[in-house]
Ligand binder design. Structure first.
Ligand code: SAH
Length: 351
């Protein structure tokens, strides 16, 4: 972290700069440039003396990301960015337009270790965790490129956020800072595949964000097959943690359920799911699975999704069907990076 100015909190930046013999007010100026204006270069910080800007640039480089590719959905205006990180890695973000404002889906790692059978992020292999600054930079770079203020963040891009716990907590602190971007915790969702100890650690922080839990199956037999994490933290343990989380924070948990035709979309699955979720302050999001080239799964038919949703409702479980955005631009996590890797391995020209 030393020198990674974009990942520093304001007190850390003050300490760093005063330690280097600079007055503390400079730290606040730099912090505001970075986080309120999304400055990617010290050259933009025009209220700082030029010589100081040059010194800072040498000592404390701004480690963010740059746009490699941008795809815009013709269907709904969803924009998918492929970002280059330092070290030549790629990460993805998607910006979706909703009635309540623009939402960015941020990646927390390059690749993923969790191994979910239907997810493209796993296929490309795990490379590394992203820093807080690299996560912020996805937001700031997208806002600048699009000329919009993004009002909502979902940590649902590539990677498992709770497998990068400290950096993600730092990211949340920074994006929420009143001297920085000051984005409300209530406008942030964090999605996890179900790392139970980290869910409990998150609960202890009492954040006002929305916790999304990727469930995708109503029992261990099926969930073990789809999500290897379940072999470590079985569904009973996961749901117990969710029950406690919701009770302690009074925040409704959002369960994600990707509908896989003929795999987890039967009436019996719906009833078993409803049974399991009784008494948990929650909501179920049904998502027809996005097809991934190498994966054997196909989305459930709309009629099946509707029926599943009705069965849940009949059992008193609140469910909605997620509107699918960006279907024409590989907008599900890991897909664009995957395409990029294949392109390179086929000997294609880098962009
Ligand atoms: N690792 C975290 C967050 C990243 S994935 C998690 O597992 O929650 C964000 C969401 O997309 C998760 O619910 C994940 O299960 C889901 N997802 C992954 N691949 C998908 C696909 N092909 N179609 C639909 N949803 C998918």
């Amino acid at each position: 972290m030393s020198g990674d100015v974009l990942s520093m909190t304001l007190p850390e930046l003050q300490e760093t700069l005063t330690g280097a013999g600079l007055p503390a007010f400079r730290a606040k100026q730099v912090f505001q440039w970075l986080h309120q204006h999304g400055a990617a270069d010290y050259a933009e910080m025009t209220n700082l003396p030029k010589a100081l800007r040059e010194t800072l640039a040498q000592r404390y480089p701004i480690i963010g990301c740059s746009i490699v590719r941008r795809q815009v959905s013709k269907q709904d205006g969803t924009v998918k960015f492929l970002f280059a990180m330092q070290g030549g890695d790629y990460a993805e973000s998607v910006v979706m337009q909703y009635k309540y404002g623009a939402t960015i889906c941020v990646s927390s790692q390059i690749g993923c270790k969790m191994g979910c059978a239907f997810c493209a992020s796993t296929l490309g292999g795990f490379r590394r965790c992203l820093t807080a600054g690299e996560m912020l930079s996805q937001l700031y770079t997208a806002e600048r490129a699009l000329g919009v203020q993004i009002s909502h963040i979902v940590l649902m891009g590539m990677g498992e956020p709770l497998d990068n716990f400290d950096n993600v907590m730092r990211f949340l602190d920074l994006v929420n800072d009143e001297n920085g971007r000051h984005l409300s915790m209530r406008n942030i969702s964090l999605s996890t595949c179900g790392l139970v100890p980290q869910i409990r650690a998150l609960q202890a922080r009492r954040l006002q964000l929305t916790l999304s839990v990727s469930l995708h199956a109503p029992n261990n037999e099926l969930r073990d097959r789809l999500m290897p994490v379940n072999r470590r933290y079985p569904i009973e343990e996961l749901l117990a943690a969710c029950r406690d989380y919701a009770a302690a924070t009074s925040r409704r948990i959002s369960f994600e359920y990707a509908m896989l035709a003929g795999v987890n979309d039967s009436d019996a699955c719906a009833l078993e799911l409803a049974q399991r979720l009784q008494g948990i302050l929650c909501h179920v999001n049904l998502i027809p699975v996005n097809e991934v080239a190498e994966s054997p799964f196909h989305p459930s038919a709309p009629e099946r999704v509707r029926r599943f949703s009705e069965l849940l409702a009949r059992e008193g479980i609140n469910a909605t069907v997620r509107r699918k955005l960006g279907g024409d631009i590989d907008a599900s996590c890991g897909q664009l990076r995957r395409r990029e890797q294949e392109h390179h391995s086929e000997g294609g020209e880098p962009i």
